[in-house]
Design a binder for this molecule. Structure first.
Ligand code: ZN
Length: 510
C-alpha cells in the first residue's frame, strides 16, 4: 500500500507537467491507417521531436503547429526495400531523393541486385555528412564482392578467393549493411553456384542480416522460374537466413500463369519455417538493358562483351541465342528504348529501329550495344500474375526505380490508385501494410513502419482524390501527385503539397 501511495503521488506530481508540455505538431482528424493492416480509424496524431507521442484524441493537448487533415489519409511513411538510389544519395545535387518523397516514401533500401557500393561504412558516413532527403539502408552486393576479388571471371573461386569474399561480407555487415543482395541473373553473380552463395549468406546470417535476390531466372532463360524460387528457398534454409525475392514476377509467355505454382511453393516453405517474402512493382514492363535482356551471359565473361559480339567464330551461336531470348521476352515490339546515349532511338521499340535501319531486330540490338547500349522497358508480364502476387500477405511494394522507367516516380501511389481504388485488387489497409510495416519488419528497421506511440515520426498524409502516379513510359520522370504532408523523422519534407528543402533522412545501420 505504501508503494501504491508513492506511485499515486508521483503521478499527480507529474500530471500538470505532462499537460503543459507543448508538442511540436498535431495532425488533427485524419483517416488513420496505422500500417499493421488494421482498419482505418479517425484519430489525431501528436509528434514531438522525431517521435510519435500519441495516436488518438488530442483533446486538451497543445502543439506549436496543428494541421487539419480532415478528409485526408494518414499512414506511416512508405518503405521501399529495393531501389537503385545509392548514386542519387551520394550526389549532393540528387540526394534530396525527390522522386521518392513525392510518392510518400520516407525510407529506401539500396545496394540490391548484387550491386552495391564497395564500402558500406564510408557510404553511410558520407550520407550522414552530406545529408539525405529520405532514410536509407544498404545491402552489400554479392556481385560487387565477387568483382572485387575475381573481376568478371566465370571461374569457380579458389578457397583463398572464397575466404576473401567472406571477409568482405563480414566487414560490410560490421559496418552496418542490412544483409546480402544477389543478382544471380546478371554477370558476375550468374557465374556463382548456389553453394558459393550459401557460404556468403551464412556470413550475413551470423550478423542477423537478410538475403535479398534478383533470382537466377524469372523466366525460362536457364534453370527456369520455379527452380530459381527453389534455389532461393534452399539458400534460406541452408544459410538459415530470411530471404526476400526481389520484384517477383513471371517474365515472358513461357512462364505466364506460373504465379500460382510459385505462390504455393513459397507458402509451403513458409509453413516449414523458412522466412520467405517478396517485393513487387505494379507495372507490366520490367526495366533492364538491351544487353541484359538479350545477350547470353557467356558472351560477357571476363568483360569481353564488345570483343565477343564481333567475333566471327561466335556469331552464329550468339545470334541464335539472342533470337531465342527475344522470342522469350515477347518479340522486338515489346522492347522500348527508354534511355541511351543515342537520343534518336529513345521512345522507339526494337522493331521500329530494325525496320528503320533495314536490318534484323537482333542486328539492330547489336548495333545499339556497340554504340553504348540502351535501357529498355520490357513488356513481359501478365496482369493476372501481377495481381495474384500482389494479394499475398508476404508481398511488399518496391519500386526497383531505374532511369527510363516510370516506376521510380510512380510505384507507391500507382499501387493505391490503380490496384486499390480502380481495380479493387486489395483493400487500402493491406496496400498500406505492404508498403510500411511489412518492409519494416523484413528489413528489421527498428521503430518504423507503424503509426504507434514511441515510433519514429515518419508520417505520410495524402489526399485520396489526387494521390496517383503521373510518370509514364513516354515521360518517366513526372512526379506523383497527392502527397499533402510528409514527415521524415518528425520534420516536414512535404508541406501543403510542396517539397521543402529539409534533408531529414538518416543513414541507418543494421
Ligand atoms: Zn533486379
Amino acid at each position: 500500500m505504501k508503494f501504491l501511495g508513492t506511485l499515486v503521488t508521483a503521478v499527480l506530481l507529474m500530471a500538470p507537467f505532462a499537460h503543459a508540455q507543448e508538442l511540436d505538431l498535431i495532425l488533427h482528424n485524419g483517416t488513420v491507417i496505422d500500417g499493421s493492416g488494421a482498419p482505418a480509424v479517425h484519430a489525431d496524431i501528436g509528434i514531438s521531436g522525431d517521435r510519435i507521442v500519441f495516436v488518438g484524441s488530442s483533446a486538451g493537448k497543445k502543439a506549436k503547429r496543428v494541421i487539419d487533415v480532415s478528409g485526408l489519409v494518414v499512414t506511416p511513411g512508405f518503405i521501399d526495400p529495393h531501389t537503385h538510389t545509392a548514386g542519387d544519395l551520394s550526389d549532393p545535387k540528387r540526394s534530396h531523393n525527390e522522386a521518392y518523397l513525392m510518392q510518400g516514401v520516407t525510407t529506401v533500401a539500396t545496394g540490391n541486385d548484387g550491386d552495391s557500393p564497395e564500402h558500406i561504412g564510408d557510404t553511410l558516413a558520407k550520407w550522414t555528412r552530406q545529408g539525405i532527403g529520405t532514410n536509407a539502408v544498404l545491402f552489400i552486393g554479392q556481385g560487387t564482392v565477387r568483382r572485387e576479388v575475381m573481376g568478371m571471371s566465370d571461374a569457380k573461386p579458389t578457397p583463398e578467393q572464397m575466404e576473401k569474399m567472406k571477409g568482405l561480407v563480414d566487414t560490410a555487415m560490421n559496418e552496418g549493411a542490412i544483409g546480402l543482395s544477389t543478382g544471380l541473373y546478371y554477370a558476375p553473380g550468374s557465374y556463382s553456384t548456389t553453394e558459393e552463395v550459401i557460404e556468403l549468406a551464412r556470413v550475413a546470417a551470423q550478423h542477423g542480416g537478410i538475403y535479398d535476390t534478383h533470382m537466377r531466372d524469372e523466366s525460362s532463360y536457364n534453370i527456369g522460374l520455379m527452380n530459381a524460387v527453389r534455389e532461393t528457398l534452399r539458400i534460406g534454409k541452408e544459410a538459415n537466413i530470411p530471404v526476400m525475392i526481389s520484384h517477383i514476377k513471371a517474365l515472358g509467355a513461357d512462364v505466364w500463369g506460373q504465379s500460382t505454382d510459385v505462390i504455393a511453393l513459397i507458402d509451403d516453405a513458409r509453413k516449414a519455417g523458412i522466412k520467405a517474402t517478396a517485393s513487387q512493382y505494379p507495372y507490366e514492363a520490367s526495366g533492364t538493358s538491351v544487353t541484359a535482356s538479350l545477350v547470353p551471359r557467356w558472351a560477357e565473361a571476363d568483360g569481353k562483351l564488345l570483343k565477343n559480339i564481333d567475333d566471327p567464330a561466335l556469331h552464329e551461336r550468339l545470334v541464335k541465342e539472342m533470337t531465342e531470348n527475344l522470342r522469350r521476352r515477347g518479340g522486338p515490339e515489346t522492347l522500348l528504348m527508354t534511355a541511351s546515349k543515342d537520343k534518336s532511338i529513345v521512345g522507339k521499340n526494337l522493331a521500329q529501329i530494325a525496320k528503320g535501319r533495314n536490318v534484323s531486330p537482333v542486328e539492330a540490338a547489336l548495333q545499339i550495344i556497340r554504340a553504348g547500349g540502351s535501357s529498355v522497358a520490357s513488356f513481359n508480364m501478365k496482369e493476372s500474375d501481377i495481381e495474384a502476387f500482389m494479394k499475398q500477405p508476404w508481398v511488399m511494394t518496391c519500386s526497383d526505380g531505374s532511369e527510363g522507367h516510370p516506376r521510380k516516380y510512380g510505384t507507391f501511389p500507382r499501387k493505391i490508385h490503380e490496384y486499390v481504388y480502380e481495380k479493387h485488387v486489395l483493400p487500402l489497409e493491406a496496400a498500406v501494410r505492404s508498403s510500411t510495416s511489412l518492409p519494416a519488419e523484413t528489413l528489421q528497421l527498428k521503430d518504423r513502419g507503424l503509426l504507434k506511440q514511441g515510433y519514429y515520426a515518419d508520417v505520410l498524409v495524402f489526399d485520396p482524390k489526387t494521390f496517383m502516379d503521373r510518370a509514364t513510359y513516354e515521360n518517366p520522370t513526372v512526379p506523383a501527385t497527392g502527397v499533402q504532408y510528409l514527415l521524415v523523422n518528425g520534420r516536414l519534407a512535404v508541406d501543403k503539397g510542396e517539397l521543402t528543402s529539409t534533408m531529414a533522412g538518416r543513414a541507418l545501420k543494421h
